[in-house]
Design a protein around this ligand. Sequence first.
Ligand SMILES: Nc1ncnc2c1ncn2[C@@H]1O[C@H](COP(=O)(O)OP(=O)(O)O)[C@@H](O)[C@H]1O
Ligand SMILES: [Mg+2]
Length: 293
Amino acid sequence: MSLAQLVAPEAAQSLHIAPAHHMLDYDAAPASIRLRAVEQSFQMRKGPRLVALSNIHLDIQAGEFLCIVGPSGCGKSSLLSLIAGLSFPTNGEVHVNDRVVTGPGPDRILIFQEHGLFPWLTVGQNVEFGMHMMGLGRRKRRERAEQYLQLVHLNGFRDSYIHQLSGGMRQRVAIARALATQPSVLLMDEPFAALDAQTRDMLHDELERIWKETGCTIIFVTHNVREAVRLGSRVILMTYRPGTICSQMDIVLPRPRRMDDPRVALLAREILDELREEINKAVASEYDHVSHS
Ligand SMILES: Nc1ncnc2c1ncn2[C@@H]1O[C@H](COP(=O)(O)OP(=O)(O)O)[C@@H](O)[C@H]1O
Ligand SMILES: [Mg+2]
């Protein structure tokens, strides 16, 4: 079966669903992102500079759900860090809404696998924390915390502590905390990698719904190609060291998709076939390090 045969006509339309802003008071307009001839290299203690990213040209539309896949060590986290403004390219430029990124800002929020919640604060206080940093008043914080906890279905847990929650619930608190500051761009670095399959599937549904309700731009990094096809409007494939973009695929399957949908599996297989050589290089390099140490 070819790719074209997989794409039902109604799927093409589903790409143009307008985000339902009315359901949530989400003030931030989504941002577009542009990377031009980006190179990122690091001076190692011994040996030559390590080129982590090379010749990256990438245009991300406002409101897009972009997934990035590639083998471990190909520079996915480095790429997110550049967009977040936590590091700067050795060469080239990173623009958000046509402005050069000069540092981190509340318009771009990064979510990791380690959710970074504070164990000494309650769920509600954790969600309020980012808003506190932004200088929002107490009432506004309370109001929004409630709204965003509701968005991730945790309104009953406002006064719980983090250790009382499951892994999936913690990740949802992290998402609520990030969204409560109303970023234009959500940067997600393998956020669900440590979760069990059922919890992850549930969070996929939740994230997709949140994307539609907020309309924000999402850049989602994963090494799980099926997850990328499940979530992304587009999937970018990266090569191993130096990390470059070798290929991309628009995913026009209707939403919501399921991880076990055969059409998702088939596209994931195509992506995996393209990545195979790069994954082998990554694995070989890791074995090389082991045998030399
Ligand atoms: N701050 C840094 N200093 C030196 N090397 C780094 C630094 N950050 C990343 N690297 C290297 O850059 C490469 C890409 O890393 P990373 O972006 O974390 O890859 P990925 O997220 O795809 O696994 C790796 O070889 C890593 O060791
Ligand atoms: Mg990484």
